[in-house]
Design a protein. Structure first.
Length: 185
């Protein structure tokens, strides 16, 4: 009776809002290769919405990103699939470490955890997408190594972006708890 439905209309709306928010905060960076806020938006969807809805936001935003990207759709299926799995992992991971992020009292530790999370998730994302590209278009090692510079830039920038997000994540959550307690439950 008193249980919250996993896929109620309000959940669908929240997932859609966070998927759209991920695109919105990324728009100013579309012309800059591998500097982006899309990953952070997907991760925060998991942090603020939980595991299931974070995963759903990652999947929805990922599908839109892969097939309806403003820079053009992904035409290579295997690379698009690797991207989609990576986007889902960002939202899923946010949901998995949600309590740790929202309840952490040590800001230095939270900054470290978020920076490390951004680095590890971005490393996985770049490794799988570059691997798929190298397998399909090879020669394998030169193609994989050719993407290394972009990957390093992406990993370092996401580590910094995720780490600095610690400064605002808890403040936003405290407001959500105060202004909209049903959403914080």
């Amino acid at each position: 009776m008193g249980t919250r439905p996993e896929f109620g209309l309000s959940n669908v709306a929240r997932v859609a809002v966070f998927a759209a928010l991920s695109f919105g905060i990324n728009a100013p960076f579309l012309a800059i290769p591998n500097i982006e806020l899309f990953s952070l938006g997907l991760f925060l969807s998991g942090v603020f919405l939980g595991v299931i809805d974070g995963l759903a936001a990652g999947a929805l935003a990922g599908i839109i990103f892969v097939f309806f990207n403003p820079n053009g759709p992904q035409t290579v299926f295997l690379v698009g699939l690797a991207q989609l799995v990576g986007f889902i992992l960002f939202g899923l991971t946010g949901g998995i470490i949600r309590r740790l992020v929202l309840k952490s009292a040590n800001m230095r530790m939270l900054t470290f955890i978020l920076a490390l999370t951004g680095i590890l998730l971005t490393f996985w994302y770049d490794l799988t997408t570059n691997f798929a590209f190298a397998v399909l278009f090879g020669p394998f090692w030169p193609t994989l190594l050719g993407g290394l510079g972009f990957s390093v830039l992406h990993i370092v920038s996401n580590g910094m972006i995720f780490g600095t997000s610690a400064l605002i994540v808890q403040r936003i959550w405290k407001r959500v708890q105060y202004l909209m307690p049903p959403l914080a439950g």
